[in-house]
Design a protein around this ligand. Structure first.
Ligand code: SAM
Length: 303
């Protein structure tokens, strides 16, 4: 299975990067704001699905003083590692795919899905789950809807689902972009020739200018800098993924259908924005660089 190969590509440095970087600080701060503003104080039960090292969920568990805390992931190796690191603490670890939670009888006040939905989109979105071919958007989107529908069933009325991920711009037309440095050009060219998850149609009116679909530009922005900065271990993992699958309106519609109200912050952490500005000029097709991150809290309507 491609997912087994993907799990084995995640080395210790991958997990350290996930929790140690600017994006992690950004998502923790925005989640804090959303949870404090839109959820009641008495959160008794918390679930973190696709928990990885579960750093952020642990902080919220401690702050909210939740009495029941469950962390679940389909990667048995990371669950075993975390179980050993947190031995003796009041946390229950489960190994399982998000699609088995339908069989659970527990109900939760708050469910975290932090930077994990894109992996559902990426791996359930492939026609063959054994080969690193292109990700099919319709197939991936259906998997995301189905996963969120089953999570919605185990959230108590008044409770919430917290999601962090990358986000698509609402624009869908072509974007013309100038690459400002030779390093950026080299990284972009390598990305375009190697990326297995989407073969992008790109025009090159000048050596340092590319024209591509706005959604492809969002994907490129997430990926190219691992190559540029020599983070080969992350590129080996993340080249099998697409990190953005919905725009803000798409999240709003989906959660409305599921009976949830959406509270959403769209933005770009400053260090990422500074890097993008030094690497790219948007010449046409978008008013500016597209936002990078979505951080959302969807609260389940009562009754
Ligand atoms: C990018 S990591 C994010 C980890 C953590 N939530 C964080 O924000 O640091 C994605 C996690 O989702 C898990 N995952 C991906 N697909 C899953 C699925 N279908 N069911 C359960 N876990 C899944 C992966 O094993 C991985 O630990």
């Amino acid at each position: 299975m491609l997912t087994d190969d993907h799990k084995t590509r995640k080395l210790t440095a991958y997990w350290d990067d996930l929790v140690g970087g600017d994006t992690s600080q950004y998502k923790e701060a925005v989640l804090d704001h959303l949870i404090t503003t839109y959820l009641p104080d008495c959160i008794e039960t918390i679930l973190d699905i696709g928990c990885g090292t579960s750093d952020i969920a642990f902080k919220h568990r401690d702050r909210l003083k939740a009495s029941k805390f469950v962390c679940a992931d389909y990667d048995a190796a990371i669950v075993e590692r975390m179980k050993a690191e947190h031995a003796g603490q009041n946390v229950e670890w489960r190994v399982g795919d998000i699609f088995v939670i339908d069989q659970w009888e527990d109900r939760f006040d708050l469910v975290f899905l932090l930077d994990m939905i894109h992996e559902i989109y990426s791996f359930y979105g492939r026609v063959s789950r054994d080969a690193p071919g292109e990700i099919d958007h319709e197939r991936g989107s259906k998997a995301v809807r189905d996963a969120l529908a089953s999570v919605a069933r185990i959230v108590r009325p008044g409770g919430g689902i917290a999601i962090t991920d990358n986000v698509l711009t609402a624009e869908t037309g072509p974007v013309t972009v100038r690459m400002r440095t030779p390093q950026t050009r080299a990284a972009v060219e390598r990305f375009l020739s190697e990326y297995p998850s989407r073969r992008m149609k790109v025009e090159r009116p000048q050596d340092d200018v590319i024209v591509l679909a706005a959604h492809d530009f969002c994907i490129l922005l997430t990926q190219y800098n691992k190559i540029k900065t020599g983070q080969e271990h992350r590129w080996r993992v993340e080249q099998l993924e697409i990190h953005q699958y919905l725009d803000e309106e798409g999240y709003r519609r989906l959660f409305d259908e599921l009976g949830f109200d959406l509270h959403c912050v769209i933005g770009t952490p400053k260090p990422a924005l500074d890097e993008w500005r030094s690497d790219f000029d948007v010449l046409a097709g978008l008013p500016d660089l597209p936002p990078k991150r979505v951080t959302l809290l969807a609260t389940k309507r009562l009754g």
